[in-house]
Design a binder for this molecule. Sequence first.
Ligand code: MF3
Ligand code: CO
Ligand code: CO
Length: 253
Amino acid sequence: MRKSGALLAAVHVGLRDIIKPGISSMEIEKFADNYITSHGGIPGEKGFEGYKYATCVAVNDEVAHATPRQNLILHNGDLVKVDMTVTLDGYQSDSCWSYAVGEVSPKIQKLMDVTKKALYLGIDQAVVGNRLGDIGYAIQHYTEDENGYGDVRDLIGHGIQPTMHEQPNVPHYGEPHKGLRLKEGMTITIEPMINEGTWQIMAKEVSDPNDSWEYYVTADGGWSCQYEHTLAITKDGPKILTSQDPIADAKYL
Ligand code: MF3
Ligand code: CO
Ligand code: CO
């Protein structure tokens, strides 16, 4: 899973140079699909429940599961979330990252900073003996009580390996000391989706007559941000398997 996660992380590192004003969201898909397959991996989202792409690419008020689109051009100031899974030698990894297109407004930069910190506050609770509610509470308290954002309820983190989605469900909200107790050897994702406004989201159908895929947008049109890591719970603490940054993540490697 570390190797799979390293390949996925390398795709995200590569995307830093690809994502610029003027590209289409389909160019993100092409880069990721090609990078994964040319390094011996399989894009895990392709074929998953009828999904056609290696990546989900959600822009601004789109929350998750959005498809890459040739006619969706990224503009300066947009916020784009790229989520993908990789299978390498039978091992899964799953990571979403948020990217500023050109320069985002200070308001959106703050949403990005808070969402990334929320992910890491959740990871800090992923220690043996804690409970799932400790992870959820840390994220919800920081994003909603301290920052006034909306913390999406309808989509959650999950166990991972041998398939993409395993038990347990990992909600990004909850109460301290409640829920399943975390054990050594569990592999899970934490992937908070944090909205500027309400936490509520709405399903929308893609506008392709040959595709019945549904994705999500915020209910109030506010923008949404997401970061996701795959991690292993070990007796030495949480280990991030999809790290892109050996310096910032040093204590989680
Ligand atoms: N990567 C997503 C997750 O975090 C799953 C996307 S499923 C897809 O769980 F079919 F939309 F790709
Ligand atoms: Co996930
Ligand atoms: Co994901």
